[in-house]
Design a protein around this ligand. Structure first.
Ligand code: GDP
Ligand code: MG
Length: 177
């Protein structure tokens, strides 16, 4: 049972991964609390945040894990991935390098996580369209090749943040039902 004795039918662990400063913590803050901060400090302490939502008349508690400044290659521990049924692989559309590192993150994810994990590739910061360095089609093509879902988001103006989480959570829901 969750807050207010609401019955919880499912708890789904979803992990956020990707380079530092791509917006993982702000995406989570937008989803969990509908808040955004432009001067967000590097993630401190908090392991995960939750939000309970209803999918096909069942209540699903999404437990979203955020890296606590462990974004260096291979620094994320296997405990982080343990039990995860979904993953959000985030890059910054204004920083090409953050997209070029995605294959590494994917490799790391696939070596640590369950093989049936549901993955979405997320290009964040679409509000900075005038600084775009990663064409949408490049990411779309990569996602297709790797069998990932794909969306572009803005944690700042809230575009597609809800959709990105719902895409992952609904797919997980359909797999377990
Ligand atoms: P993390 O290291 O991946 O957790 O990145 P943060 O969430 O801490 O964000 C890094 C910086 O990018 C912060 O200054 C955020 O305010 C900013 N940021 C995050 N998301 C967005 C976004 O969608 N648009 C813009 N313009 N800035 C963002
Ligand atoms: Mg962070």
């Amino acid at each position: 049972y969750g807050d207010g004795n609401q019955k919880i039918d499912y708890v789904f662990k979803v992990v956020l991964i990707g380079d530092s400063a791509v917006g993982k913590s702000q995406i989570l803050s937008r989803f969990a609390r509908n808040e955004f901060s432009l001067d967000s400090k590097a993630t401190i302490g908090v392991e995960f945040q939750t939000r309970t939502l209803v999918i096909q008349h069942k209540s699903v508690k999404a437990q979203i894990w955020d890296t606590a400044g462990q974004e260096r290659y291979r620094a994320v521990t296997s405990a982080y991935y343990r039990g995860a049924v979904g993953a959000m692989l985030v890059y910054d559309i204004t920083r090409r390098q953050s997209f070029d590192h995605i294959p590494r993150w994917l490799e790391e994810l696939r070596s640590h996580a369950d093989k049936n994990i549901v993955i979405i590739l997320v290009g964040n910061k679409t509000d900075l369209e005038n600084q775009r360095a990663v064409p949408t089609d490049d990411a779309k093509e990569f996602a297709q090749k790797e069998g990932l879902f794909f969306l572009e988001t803005s944690a700042l103006d809230a575009t597609n943040v809800e959709s990105a989480f719902l895409t992952v959570l609904t797919e997980i829901f359909n797999i377990v039902n």
